[in-house]
Ligand binder design. Structure first.
Ligand SMILES: C[S@@+](CC[C@H](N)C(=O)[O-])C[C@H]1O[C@@H](n2cnc3c(N)ncnc32)[C@H](O)[C@@H]1O
Length: 208
Protein backbone atom coordinates (compact mmCIF):
# COMPACT_ATOMS: atom_id res chain seq x y z
CA UNK A 1 0.00 0.00 0.00
CA UNK A 2 1.80 3.20 -1.14
CA UNK A 3 2.34 5.64 1.71
CA UNK A 4 1.04 3.27 4.39
CA UNK A 5 -1.36 4.04 7.21
CA UNK A 6 -0.87 7.82 6.96
CA UNK A 7 -2.18 7.86 3.40
CA UNK A 8 -5.12 5.67 4.37
CA UNK A 9 -6.09 8.14 7.11
CA UNK A 10 -5.73 11.10 4.73
CA UNK A 11 -7.83 9.31 2.15
CA UNK A 12 -10.60 8.34 4.59
CA UNK A 13 -10.75 11.74 6.23
CA UNK A 14 -10.02 14.28 3.47
CA UNK A 15 -9.88 12.90 -0.06
CA UNK A 16 -12.93 10.63 0.18
CA UNK A 17 -14.27 11.12 3.73
CA UNK A 18 -16.17 8.18 5.12
CA UNK A 19 -17.01 6.64 8.49
CA UNK A 20 -18.41 8.06 11.72
CA UNK A 21 -15.54 10.37 12.67
CA UNK A 22 -15.38 11.91 9.19
CA UNK A 23 -19.14 12.39 9.12
CA UNK A 24 -19.04 14.15 12.47
CA UNK A 25 -16.23 16.50 11.37
CA UNK A 26 -17.61 17.32 7.90
CA UNK A 27 -21.11 18.04 9.23
CA UNK A 28 -19.92 21.61 9.91
CA UNK A 29 -16.19 22.23 9.34
CA UNK A 30 -15.87 25.49 11.26
CA UNK A 31 -12.27 26.19 10.09
CA UNK A 32 -13.75 26.51 6.58
CA UNK A 33 -16.36 29.11 7.50
CA UNK A 34 -14.23 32.04 6.38
CA UNK A 35 -13.67 30.32 3.01
CA UNK A 36 -17.42 29.70 2.69
CA UNK A 37 -18.07 33.40 3.36
CA UNK A 38 -15.49 34.45 0.72
CA UNK A 39 -16.90 32.09 -1.91
CA UNK A 40 -20.48 33.09 -1.12
CA UNK A 41 -19.63 36.77 -1.54
CA UNK A 42 -17.87 36.13 -4.86
CA UNK A 43 -20.70 33.91 -6.15
CA UNK A 44 -23.23 36.73 -5.60
CA UNK A 45 -26.22 34.37 -5.79
CA UNK A 46 -29.75 35.49 -6.65
CA UNK A 47 -33.09 33.65 -6.23
CA UNK A 48 -33.33 32.55 -9.88
CA UNK A 49 -29.77 31.21 -10.05
CA UNK A 50 -29.01 27.53 -10.49
CA UNK A 51 -25.83 26.66 -8.60
CA UNK A 52 -23.48 23.67 -8.83
CA UNK A 53 -21.01 22.73 -6.08
CA UNK A 54 -18.29 20.18 -6.81
CA UNK A 55 -17.04 18.26 -3.77
CA UNK A 56 -19.72 19.46 -1.35
CA UNK A 57 -18.59 17.44 1.68
CA UNK A 58 -21.24 17.63 4.44
CA UNK A 59 -23.24 20.38 2.72
CA UNK A 60 -22.68 23.39 5.00
CA UNK A 61 -21.83 25.70 2.10
CA UNK A 62 -24.98 24.57 0.29
CA UNK A 63 -27.02 25.33 3.39
CA UNK A 64 -25.68 28.89 3.40
CA UNK A 65 -26.00 29.33 -0.38
CA UNK A 66 -29.62 28.15 -0.48
CA UNK A 67 -30.58 31.03 1.84
CA UNK A 68 -30.24 33.27 -1.25
CA UNK A 69 -33.31 31.53 -2.66
CA UNK A 70 -31.33 29.84 -5.46
CA UNK A 71 -31.70 26.20 -6.42
CA UNK A 72 -28.67 23.94 -6.43
CA UNK A 73 -27.09 20.65 -7.37
CA UNK A 74 -23.95 19.16 -5.90
CA UNK A 75 -21.65 16.22 -6.46
CA UNK A 76 -19.22 14.41 -4.23
CA UNK A 77 -17.53 11.07 -4.90
CA UNK A 78 -18.03 9.98 -1.27
CA UNK A 79 -21.41 8.36 -0.66
CA UNK A 80 -21.14 9.24 3.05
CA UNK A 81 -20.75 12.93 2.12
CA UNK A 82 -23.65 12.78 -0.34
CA UNK A 83 -25.92 11.40 2.39
CA UNK A 84 -24.63 13.91 4.94
CA UNK A 85 -25.16 16.86 2.58
CA UNK A 86 -28.71 15.62 1.90
CA UNK A 87 -29.42 15.30 5.64
CA UNK A 88 -27.97 18.77 6.32
CA UNK A 89 -30.29 20.20 3.67
CA UNK A 90 -33.25 17.85 4.06
CA UNK A 91 -35.89 20.57 3.63
CA UNK A 92 -34.34 21.88 0.38
CA UNK A 93 -34.06 18.31 -0.97
CA UNK A 94 -37.73 17.66 -0.10
CA UNK A 95 -38.76 20.92 -1.81
CA UNK A 96 -36.83 19.95 -4.96
CA UNK A 97 -34.46 22.91 -4.58
CA UNK A 98 -31.38 20.72 -4.08
CA UNK A 99 -30.14 17.51 -5.66
CA UNK A 100 -26.94 15.83 -4.41
CA UNK A 101 -25.35 13.07 -6.48
CA UNK A 102 -22.41 10.73 -6.04
CA UNK A 103 -20.16 11.52 -9.00
CA UNK A 104 -16.56 12.46 -9.80
CA UNK A 105 -15.77 16.12 -10.38
CA UNK A 106 -14.07 15.09 -13.62
CA UNK A 107 -17.29 13.60 -15.08
CA UNK A 108 -20.31 15.67 -14.12
CA UNK A 109 -23.72 14.01 -14.58
CA UNK A 110 -25.38 17.12 -16.04
CA UNK A 111 -26.16 18.40 -19.53
CA UNK A 112 -24.33 21.30 -21.17
CA UNK A 113 -25.08 24.82 -19.92
CA UNK A 114 -27.19 23.57 -16.97
CA UNK A 115 -25.91 26.09 -14.39
CA UNK A 116 -25.37 29.83 -14.10
CA UNK A 117 -22.88 29.55 -11.23
CA UNK A 118 -20.44 26.85 -10.10
CA UNK A 119 -18.28 26.76 -6.98
CA UNK A 120 -15.69 24.44 -5.56
CA UNK A 121 -13.63 24.85 -2.42
CA UNK A 122 -10.97 22.71 -0.76
CA UNK A 123 -11.33 20.15 -3.55
CA UNK A 124 -9.48 21.32 -6.67
CA UNK A 125 -6.14 20.02 -5.34
CA UNK A 126 -7.57 16.48 -5.40
CA UNK A 127 -8.94 16.70 -8.94
CA UNK A 128 -7.51 16.14 -12.38
CA UNK A 129 -7.43 19.91 -12.94
CA UNK A 130 -7.77 19.96 -16.72
CA UNK A 131 -10.60 17.43 -16.81
CA UNK A 132 -12.48 19.12 -13.96
CA UNK A 133 -12.25 22.60 -15.54
CA UNK A 134 -13.36 21.24 -18.91
CA UNK A 135 -16.44 19.76 -17.22
CA UNK A 136 -17.17 22.96 -15.30
CA UNK A 137 -16.94 24.95 -18.54
CA UNK A 138 -19.27 22.47 -20.25
CA UNK A 139 -22.04 22.59 -17.62
CA UNK A 140 -21.94 26.38 -17.16
CA UNK A 141 -24.11 28.51 -19.41
CA UNK A 142 -22.29 31.17 -21.49
CA UNK A 143 -21.52 34.05 -19.13
CA UNK A 144 -21.93 31.73 -16.12
CA UNK A 145 -19.76 32.40 -13.07
CA UNK A 146 -17.11 30.12 -11.59
CA UNK A 147 -15.67 30.59 -8.09
CA UNK A 148 -12.82 28.25 -7.23
CA UNK A 149 -11.10 28.32 -3.84
CA UNK A 150 -7.94 26.30 -3.33
CA UNK A 151 -4.53 26.26 -1.69
CA UNK A 152 -1.48 27.93 -3.27
CA UNK A 153 1.82 26.07 -3.82
CA UNK A 154 4.17 25.40 -0.89
CA UNK A 155 1.55 25.80 1.84
CA UNK A 156 2.83 26.12 5.41
CA UNK A 157 2.48 22.91 7.43
CA UNK A 158 -0.05 24.67 9.70
CA UNK A 159 -2.37 25.03 6.68
CA UNK A 160 -1.58 21.76 4.92
CA UNK A 161 0.38 19.05 6.75
CA UNK A 162 3.05 17.53 4.41
CA UNK A 163 1.37 14.10 4.62
CA UNK A 164 -1.68 15.65 2.99
CA UNK A 165 0.13 18.10 0.69
CA UNK A 166 2.19 15.44 -1.06
CA UNK A 167 -0.99 13.86 -2.44
CA UNK A 168 -2.30 17.11 -3.88
CA UNK A 169 -1.81 19.32 -6.93
CA UNK A 170 -1.04 23.02 -6.43
CA UNK A 171 -0.76 25.67 -9.16
CA UNK A 172 0.85 29.09 -9.00
CA UNK A 173 -1.45 32.00 -9.83
CA UNK A 174 -0.37 32.30 -13.48
CA UNK A 175 -0.65 28.58 -14.06
CA UNK A 176 -4.13 28.44 -12.52
CA UNK A 177 -5.23 31.41 -14.64
CA UNK A 178 -3.84 29.74 -17.78
CA UNK A 179 -5.65 26.49 -16.97
CA UNK A 180 -8.91 28.43 -16.64
CA UNK A 181 -8.41 30.30 -19.93
CA UNK A 182 -7.48 27.09 -21.75
CA UNK A 183 -10.69 25.47 -20.46
CA UNK A 184 -12.83 28.22 -22.02
CA UNK A 185 -13.12 30.79 -19.24
CA UNK A 186 -12.78 34.54 -19.59
CA UNK A 187 -12.52 37.46 -17.09
CA UNK A 188 -10.13 35.28 -15.09
CA UNK A 189 -8.78 36.66 -11.79
CA UNK A 190 -6.74 34.85 -9.16
CA UNK A 191 -6.42 36.54 -5.76
CA UNK A 192 -4.59 35.43 -2.66
CA UNK A 193 -6.58 34.98 0.55
CA UNK A 194 -5.84 34.08 4.16
CA UNK A 195 -2.23 35.04 4.83
CA UNK A 196 -1.40 34.53 1.14
CA UNK A 197 -1.52 30.73 1.24
CA UNK A 198 -5.02 30.46 -0.29
CA UNK A 199 -6.25 31.27 -3.80
CA UNK A 200 -9.66 32.55 -4.82
CA UNK A 201 -10.13 32.30 -8.59
CA UNK A 202 -13.12 33.85 -10.34
CA UNK A 203 -13.99 33.52 -14.03
CA UNK A 204 -16.85 33.52 -16.51
CA UNK A 205 -17.76 30.90 -19.08
CA UNK A 206 -16.96 32.53 -22.40
CA UNK A 207 -19.68 32.77 -25.04
CA UNK A 208 -19.35 30.12 -27.79
C1 LIG B 1 -11.43 18.47 1.96
S1 LIG B 1 -13.13 18.02 1.63
C2 LIG B 1 -13.90 19.64 1.40
C3 LIG B 1 -15.41 19.61 1.58
C4 LIG B 1 -16.07 20.98 1.41
N1 LIG B 1 -15.95 21.45 0.04
C5 LIG B 1 -15.49 22.00 2.35
O1 LIG B 1 -14.78 22.92 1.92
O2 LIG B 1 -15.72 21.88 3.56
C6 LIG B 1 -12.97 17.41 -0.03
C7 LIG B 1 -14.29 16.88 -0.58
O3 LIG B 1 -14.15 16.70 -1.98
C8 LIG B 1 -14.58 15.39 -2.32
N2 LIG B 1 -13.79 14.96 -3.50
C9 LIG B 1 -12.45 14.77 -3.58
N3 LIG B 1 -12.09 14.38 -4.81
C10 LIG B 1 -13.23 14.33 -5.54
C11 LIG B 1 -13.52 13.99 -6.90
N4 LIG B 1 -12.55 13.63 -7.74
N5 LIG B 1 -14.81 14.06 -7.31
C12 LIG B 1 -15.81 14.41 -6.45
N6 LIG B 1 -15.60 14.73 -5.16
C13 LIG B 1 -14.32 14.70 -4.70
C14 LIG B 1 -14.33 14.54 -1.09
O4 LIG B 1 -15.12 13.38 -1.05
C15 LIG B 1 -14.65 15.55 0.03
O5 LIG B 1 -16.01 15.52 0.38
Amino acid sequence: MPGGIGDVVVDRFFRRPRGMIARRWWRDPKPHHEIFRDVLAAADLAPNDRLLEVGCGGGTFLEWALRSGCSAAAVDHSLDMVRLAEATNAAAVAEGRLEVRQAPGERLPYPDAAFICAVTMNVFFFLDGKAALAELARVLAPGGRLVLHTVAPDPPASVMPPLLARRMAFYDDECLAALLRDAGFTDVAVERRGKGELQLATARRSAP
